[in-house]
Design a protein around this ligand. Structure first.
Ligand code: IPE
Length: 272
């Protein structure tokens, strides 16, 4: 493509932003509507957007019950009206499709066309080293937004399957698709990385963060099957090490527009 490589922005919409994480398959429709307006504005500005979204309560709860992140184990009986891990895999994938459809419909209402790339169709293996060709995200039309998401993927035996986090997808897409200049992690309840626990009133927003600096966060391992803020920060700084501008922001309409356009924005800038 040479010097006319399109400038691209990868936006990760966290599961905690799009859903109520504690209540099974509960989408935050008003939040998704606002996000779609922001994405439409970025597209209108001529920015090539790539969307990766998380799972929240459409993925973690069932995956955790059936321990899908740990691979094949016929001893597991995770309930939730499912009989086997194979049934749980199909069910989580259906739920992820449902969340994806809510986002896609909202984008379409705002005039944004998208193409969906569920990892189960093109990825083998979980973790950042997954096998899969991300060149499918190097679209040549600005108005066609490619979307992918955290998913249950096939893994080599004996594990057979696992959970691929959107944060790992973001890193691979950000560093391997030509022209990605910015990565934005849009999160639910926090302005960025905080100096203390988000619910603590004395916590302050850190305007910048680099590995080695304190990272205070909660990883709800009773709910989450992927790495939460810790995985996000690690992938974010690895991407920054590749010369990409990386921001963690609260997923509000105006902030997504500003950060996505490379303008100043409340949030945490991540360094390598
Ligand atoms: C998790 O993806 C995927 C499943 C549990 C199926 P993410 O790791 O990207 O999801 P969030 O953002 O933490 O919800």
């Amino acid at each position: 493509m040479g010097k006319d490589v399109a400038e691209r922005v990868v936006i990760k919409l966290g599961g905690g932003l799009l859903t109520d994480k504690s209540s099974l398959c509960t989408a935050k429709y008003e939040v998704i509507a606002e996000i779609a307006i922001a994405i439409a504005e970025l597209v209108r500005r001529g920015i090539f957007v790539i969307i990766v979204h998380g799972a929240g309560s459409f993925g973690h709860l069932k995956a955790k019950s059936w321990q899908l992140h740990l691979g094949r184990n016929d001893e597991i009986s995770g309930g939730m009206e499912l009989k086997s891990q194979d049934e749980a895999i199909s069910s989580v994938r259906r739920d992820m499709d449902e969340l994806n459809e809510i986002l896609v419909a909202e984008l379409s209402r705002n005039g944004v066309a998208s193409t969906i790339h569920p990892p189960r169709e093109w990825v083998v293996g979980s973790g950042v080293g997954f096998k899969g060709d991300v060149s499918r995200f190097a679209t040549s039309r600005c108005g066609q937004v490619p979307i992918t998401f955290g998913d249950v993927v096939t893994c080599d035996p004996p594990v057979d399957f696992g959970i691929l986090s959107g944060d790992d997808l973001v890193y691979r897409i950000g560093t391997e698709v030509p022209g990605v200049s910015r990565i934005i992690f849009a999160m639910g309840d926090v302005d960025g990385i905080m100096s203390g626990l988000p619910e603590d009133d004395t916590s302050l927003l850190l305007n910048s963060w680099r590995p080695g600096e304190a990272l205070i966060g909660e990883h709800h391992s009773n709910i989450d099957v992927t790495g939460g803020i810790f995985l996000k920060s690690e992938r974010a700084s690895q991407a920054a090490a590749n010369g990409i501008e990386v921001m963690m922001i609260k997923g509000l309409r105006e902030r997504i527009i500003a950060a996505g356009s490379g303008e100043d924005c409340v949030g945490t800038k991540i360094f390598a």
